[in-house]
Design a protein around this ligand. Structure first.
Ligand SMILES: C[S@@+](CC[C@H](N)C(=O)[O-])C[C@H]1O[C@@H](n2cnc3c(N)ncnc32)[C@H](O)[C@@H]1O
Length: 240
């Protein structure tokens, strides 16, 4: 299995397909957790795998933000939305931003795009190295292998007067990897209908593995799962 970078064609439609995701509510919870756990004095925040930067729209009220993502098309959308924020195109397993932060977030299960345990260790080590002492990292997990329903059909849609998006998929599981071919049909006024398929592979890393790597990297850990917005689990690490 290889890691995939599957958001290229989707970038300009991403915010539409996730228009109902409660980024604002999630960001409020994140702010409360940061307040509860962070011991460093500063307000520098890095959102790793920030996508189109929608959490940053709410986090920037409270923090000086940076966003990074592997996909240049997602970063281009994020930059257009937030010209005042610094964005970097960067693979989270190779982070070298030359700067330390008070808060690092890695949300919406983006960590699961890191498939091998070796790269996962490297990624979390990189997060720890980019944190100031007392800084906090918040990592939103992907689904547990025990609850993932392989093969289940899913649909997501978006519609306005000029644009209709439909996404359908099933899935399969190989070992600890969940695999999806997302079929998009996009009908845009005045254009021929666009059909494309995006392939995603997400590792269902066990919580114990993630926590043990965090501990190895001098992060004191906790797990938040008390809100339906983060029912996949949000792992919190505070740099010693
Ligand atoms: C589900 S999206 C989440 C985006 C954003 N955090 C959000 O909540 O909307 C996953 C993101 O992870 C990014 N990604 C995947 N592999 C990555 C990697 N190795 N390094 C950095 N970003 C990566 C993708 O480009 C995509 O933007």
């Amino acid at each position: 299995m290889t890691d995939t970078n599957s958001y290229q064609t989707l970038a300009k439609y991403y915010d539409k397909i996730y228009e109902l995701k409660d980024y604002k509510g999630e960001s409020e919870i994140l702010k409360q957790l940061i307040k509860q756990y962070k011991r460093s004095a500063g307000k520098e925040l890095l959102d790793v795998a920030c996508g189109t930067g929608t959490h940053l729209a709410f986090l920037k009220e409270a923090f000086t933000c940076t966003g990074s993502d592997l996909n240049a098309d997602m970063i281009a959308v994020a930059k257009e939305k937030h010209p005042e924020i610094n964005f970097e195109v960067a693979d989270m397993s190779e982070l070298e931003l030359g700067k330390k932060f008070d808060v690092i977030t890695c949300l919406f299960s983006s960590i699961a795009y890191i498939i091998s345990k070796e790269r996962l260790s490297k990624t979390i080590k990189g997060f720890a190295e980019h944190l100031k002492p007392g800084g906090v990292v918040l990592i939103e997990q992907w689904l547990d292998k025990d609850i993932f329903r392989a093969g289940e059909p899913h649909i997501a849609t978006y519609k306005n007067d000029d644009l209709i998006i439909t996404r359908v998929n099933t899935s399969e599981v190989k070992g600890e990897i969940s695999i999806f071919d997302m079929h998009y049909l996009i009908a845009e006024r005045g254009k021929t209908v666009n059909h494309f398929v995006e392939h995603h592979e997400l590792a269902m890393h066990p919580t114990e593995l993630l926590l043990s790597i965090m501990i190895e990297n001098n992060l004191e850990t906790a797990k938040f799962k008390n809100d339906p917005k983060f029912d996949r689990g949000l792992l919190i690490g505070v740099k010693k």
